[in-house]
Design a protein around this ligand. Structure first.
Ligand code: HEC
Length: 155
């Protein structure tokens, strides 16, 4: 009896280790592609956010570059990057909720809201820090609106 339960415990432990490795690095190229897009958003939004918060000095050129990048990334066609079976129930390496596949039209609308807010930021970013701040709420809000509805919390 003792021996059996310790083998069982060792099995659980190795499962937990494997589970952690999968959660950190997806094997699915479609998941890698879409999370890379998200990382590009986050990097460039971070540049703008730091200026908006006064953590970095306002730099019109750097702000414009970041806004341009977000616009370009928002134009990437992601339709092949969300295949069926790549939700977080079927595949623990992703945080994409199954609700995405039940509400494609709404997901698309939330993506379009981001693209529109990025164009507004592109017009504002190079003007001055007040204009940048003004466009920041709308742009950041489009990220959180989609995450709230369609992204699982971090494990
Ligand atoms: C239309 C929906 C949508 C919009 C808009 C959106 N995201 Fe995401 N984001 C997701 C989903 C879904 C995931 C989870 C993807 C996965 O794990 O497969 C995600 C994941 C992420 C991640 C984690 C990536 C990783 O490496 O695991 C970051 C960072 C991120 N988003 C940043 C942003 C930023 C910044 C914006 C706005 C500029 C944004 N997202 C806009 C849906 C969206």
């Amino acid at each position: 009896m003792m021996k059996k339960s310790s083998i069982f415990a060792a099995g659980l432990l190795s499962l937990a280790v494997v589970g952690t490795a999968i959660a950190q690095d997806s094997e699915n190229p479609a998941v890698k592609a879409r999370t890379s897009i998200m990382q590009l958003y986050a990097f460039n939004l971070g540049t703008l956010g730091a200026m908006a918060k006064g953590e970095a000095e306002y730099d019109a050129e750097a702000a414009t570059r970041a806004a341009n990048n977000i616009v370009v990334v928002s134009q990437i066609d992601q339709s092949a990057m969300w295949p069926a079976g790549s939700d977080n129930v079927s595949d623990p390496s992703t945080r994409a909720l199954p609700a995405i596949w039940e509400n494609f039209a709404d997901v698309g609308a939330k993506g379009q809201a981001l693209a529109d807010a990025a164009v507004a930021m592109q017009a504002a970013a190079g003007q001055d820090v007040e204009a940048l701040k003004g466009a920041m709420g709308q742009l950041g809000g489009t990220c959180s609106a989609c995450h709230k509805a369609y992204r699982a919390p971090e494990n």
